[in-house]
Design a protein around this ligand. Structure first.
Ligand SMILES: Nc1ncnc2c1ncn2[C@@H]1O[C@H](COP(=O)(O)OP(=O)(O)OP(=O)(O)O)[C@@H](O)[C@H]1O
Length: 582
């Protein structure tokens, strides 16, 4: 119940739909219980008394009642659905909003496939219960109470005998619930894993194919698929045992009813019509009681799903905005003061005592082996992560003084693998600034050296891109990402290995594009190639999270340190290439 309580504010504001649905349900149930009464009257008052002239009146009355039932059923069903779908609409929105504010730390451990299954299957599981489960539960209760009422009206002893089996039914239902809930949680978890497999396989198809791991992937998928099947079959087994047991107990009731009811009719203690009515009524009790299993099933699924949804909704937001955070245009002055960063508590520090000062418009080059902490430095400026100790300042203010969106929209990123959405090229370029006029998009593309190849495409800026920008070369994607960065007109620019994945000619074009974007902005260039770094105002050479060397290119190449070594290797390479070319 705790789960439903916690999710209450998503569905309770729409209770008027639920109550309207229940109001109509009252008519539906009341009319259902009228059937056996009509049957009893027809047998006792019309057939046995031979008053056949009453038949047209009974038929007309019955028809009217059916009409009311039809209309009531419609409203009951429609309003129930309206309740469920409206509540879930809000829930989906809340989940999506939460996913937008959750920090990188959360996503480091989250799996996309699992999140997808929570956002779809679990939301649906929850909706099913609040759309139908709640009213089914009330319908069952009302049907049983109304039927019992009529039964007691006809014959108290027979009603009591018929009810003898009920405690057994209740025990079966209770035991069923205890076993089926964990089973459903298992199914949900397993489905999340299955989704993750599929999603990772599709996202990593390049890697899978290039390493010829298709068979391995098929086996891994089979394992997850089998796990899901096992979980499902286990639940199905619990479920399949339930109905025969319930039906058996129900039929015992019927045997008791026949024996004792027949005895009463023979002795004149009960009319024949009332016994026939009892037959219908007993199934009005047994049927819903058996259905209780379905409803419990729905309830268990909804509870399991609700718990998984709450795990997202209640996830801690590591990076939050503080009260009074400001929305300021910054000039791009970035300062690090003795900054240390640890990603996970038991891990080594990813950054150790980093200090530097980058006045507006300067270019900072970040060099060093992989894993040395280059990217981490840039992720602290945007507050993707928080430093453990030390200060990160932009324009002299700690970064957490700024509103997150205000800070981030002034920092442009061009990554090694920039993400392009499956929409048009134009939409991708304007993604960070949707209101930008068409001419400025074209201007940005021109400055990013992207306009020419875009115009060669069949629909120019309206060309649709496939998922992850399929259909474009690495260098083309890169230039679109640069155009995107130009459109947000950032004061701080981060170029993270922006030219590493392209050939020399494309690199030349991208370098040209980048030079254009860098004008007047504080720029951080992360690069392995010295050629990308040599014009930087200051180069920081990192190793194991610490700065081991710093200065300008001209100084560092004579410093007898790692930078000089890399320079020599790359320089010798060039000499070698030149030599073999001549
Ligand atoms: N999200 C994360 N969670 C835990 N550890 C991380 C995370 N991101 C980076 N690290 C670790 O922090 C250290 C620095 O990583 P970082 O990505 O900053 O290095 P880098 O110099 O940019 O490397 P590369 O040149 O390969 O991109 C590495 O040891 C890395 O394993």
């Amino acid at each position: 119940m705790e789960t439903f309580k916690k999710l209450k504010h998503y569905y309770w504001p729409y209770r008027k739909y639920l109550f309207t649905s229940l109001f109509f349900l009252l008519f539906v149930v009341a009319i259902t219980v009228v059937y056996p009464i009509v049957l009893q009257l027809t047998i006792d008052e019309v057939v046995l008394e031979e008053r056949y002239s009453l038949i047209p009146y009974i038929a007309a009355g019955f028809f009217l009642i059916m009409l009311v039932k039809g209309v009531s059923s419609f409203f009951h069903q429609y309003m129930g659905d309206l309740f469920g779908i409206t509540a879930v609409y809000k829930l989906r929105e809340a989940l999506y909003e939460k996913l937008q504010v959750l920090s990188f730390k959360y996503y480091d451990n989250a799996r996309t496939g699992d999140l997808m299954s929570r956002k779809t299957t679990d939301v649906e599981g929850f909706r099913n219960f609040i759309s139908f489960g709640i009213s089914d539960l009330i319908e069952i209760t009302m049907l049983i109470l109304f039927s019992l009422g009529v039964m007691f009206y006809y014959s108290m002893p027979l009603a009591l005998v018929t009810m003898a089996a009920m405690p057994f039914l209740a025990v079966v239902v209770y035991r069923f619930d205890k076993r089926v809930h964990p089973a459903f949680r298992g199914i949900r978890k397993s489905f999340g894993r299955l989704n993750t497999r599929v999603q990772e396989n599709i996202s990593g198809m390049n890697t899978v194919k290039s390493l010829s791991k298709e068979d391995f992937e098929i086996d891994r998928f089979s394992d997850s698929n089998d796990n899901y099947r096992q979980h499902y079959l286990f639940t199905s087994e619990i479920w399949s045992k339930y109905f025969p047991v319930m039906e058996f107990i129900g039929n015992i009731c019927v045997v008791l009813l026949l024996a004792f009811g027949g005895f009463l009719v023979i002795n004149g203690g009960l009319s024949l019509g009332a016994l026939v009515a009892f037959f219908s009524l007993v199934w009005y009790i047994m049927g819903p009681l058996m259905n209780l299993g379905f409803v419990i099933n729905m309830f268990s699924q909804a509870k399991a799903s609700g718990e998984r949804l709450l795990e997202i909704l209640e996830a801690a937001e590591d990076v939050t905005e503080k009260e009074g955070a400001v929305d300021r245009v910054v000039s791009g002055h970035v300062t690090f003061k003795d900054v240390t960063l640890t990603y996970t508590a038991d891990d080594d520090e990813a950054l150790k005592h980093i200090s530097f000062d980058a006045p507006p418009g300067t270019v900072i080059g970040l060099s060093g082996p992989t894993g040395s902490g280059k990217t981490s430095i840039t992720q602290l400026i945007t507050r993707f992560y928080e430093p453990e100790t030390g200060k990160v300042l932009v324009d002299g203010r700690p970064v957490d003084d700024y509103q997150l969106a205000a800070l981030r929209k002034q920092i442009g990123f061009v990554l090694q693998e920039s993400f392009l959405f499956s929409t048009t090229i134009g939409e991708n370029i304007r993604y960070g600034n949707p209101d930008i006029p068409e001419e400025q998009i074209i201007d940005a593309a021109k400055r990013a050296q992207a306009h020419d190849f875009i115009m060669e495409m069949p629909k120019g800026y309206d060309t649709m891109l496939g998922e992850r920008g399929m259909g474009l070369s690495g260098g083309q994607k890169q230039r679109i990402a640069i155009a995107r960065a130009i459109c947000i007109n950032p004061s701080i620019l981060v170029l993270d290995d922006a030219t590493s994945a392209v050939d020399m000619e494309t690199e030349f074009k991208i370098q040209k594009a980048l030079k254009e974007v860098m004008k007047g902005r504080t720029t951080f260039i992360i690069a392995h190639r010295i050629s990308s770094l040599k014009h930087a105002d200051e180069i920081l050479v990192l190793e194991n999270g610490g700065i081991i060397e710093r200065g300008k290119h001209a100084e560092l190449i004579h410093n007898n340190g790692p930078y000089e070594r890399i320079y020599n290797i790359q320089y010798q390479d060039r000499e070698h290439i030149m030599e073999t070319a001549t």
